[in-house]
Ligand binder design. Structure first.
Ligand code: 13P
Length: 246
């Protein structure tokens, strides 16, 4: 169960939220991950010291260092986190990130010991045009181009239909599961049977009331949650649902 806090929370607020997540995750079998804003990675990692809760960056640059004002190098995130979101639709839609950028970031993540959580998903227009599967497969193959069969086992894929993010228009669980199955099958064809175990998350308007529908699908291993991850009670309920499913 992964919470993407997006651009929310001063360090003080993030520390409070992290303490709540730590308490909610105590003794659960499901893997819990939080993705705080970059400015809070250090303090949040302190809260989770000695806890199995994973920490993710929300974005990285692909270069190891250099003259990239305002960017965050993979090694900077890796000081505090084991994971990094790559290719989130907000990066693609609002900041012009391309499939090629996403691929460079995936390689940079591996080079610095970070496991990438690769986000894919179609827009409403792409879905209406019947291009959901080709869009998702295209993003998936572009992002994973050139990675090894060993590396692929460390990735997670988050299927996040763009039209469902922050809208309340959650994807039908059967349809989310169908696309997750397509992702799994495509990875197996490309990388071999080991890729069949890649963890696949659904994201888009997930909350305590609908999460079980997604987790019940055999190809959906968890959720990547935005809005509801900022509410400690809601995220606690999501962690409990994931724990039941695990
Ligand atoms: P919401 O849960 O707010 O729809 O956001 C989903 C998301 O983008 C997680 O990365």
């Amino acid at each position: 169960m992964a919470g993407n806090w997006k651009m929310n929370g001063t360090s003080t607020r993030c520390v409070e939220l992290a303490h709540a997540v730590r308490a909610a995750s105590d003794g659960v079998a499901a893997q819990v991950i939080v993705a705080p804003p970059a400015t809070s990675l250090a303090v949040v990692s302190g809260v989770f010291a000695g806890s199995p809760v994973g920490i993710a960056g929300q974005n990285i640059h692909w270069a190891a260092s250099g003259a990239f004002t305002g960017e965050i190098a993979p090694g900077m995130v890796a000081e505090y986190a084991g994971f990094v979101l790559v290719g989130h639709s907000e990066r693609r839609q609002l900041f012009g990130e391309t499939d090629d950028d996403t691929n460079r970031k995936v390689h940079a993540a591996f080079d610095h010991g970070l496991a990438p959580i690769i986000c894919v998903g179609e827009t409403a227009a792409q879905r209406a045009a019947g291009a959901t599967d080709t869009t998702v497969a295209g993003q998936l193959f572009a992002a994973t181009d050139g990675i090894t069969a060993v590396e692929v086992e460390r990735i997670m894929i988050a299927y996040e239909p763009v039209w469902s993010i922050g809208t309340g228009a959650a994807c039908d669980p059967a349809e989310a599961g169908r696309v997750a199955g397509l992702v799994r099958g495509s990875l197996e064809v490309a990388f071999g049977p080991g890729a069949g175990d890649v963890r696949i998350l659904y994201g888009g308007s997930v909350g305590p009331a609908n999460v079980r529908g997604y987790l019940a699908h055999e190809d959906v291993d968890g959720a990547l949650v935005g809005g509801a991850s900022l509410d400690p009670a809601a995220f606690g309920a999501l962690v409990r649902a994931a724990d039941e499913a695990a």
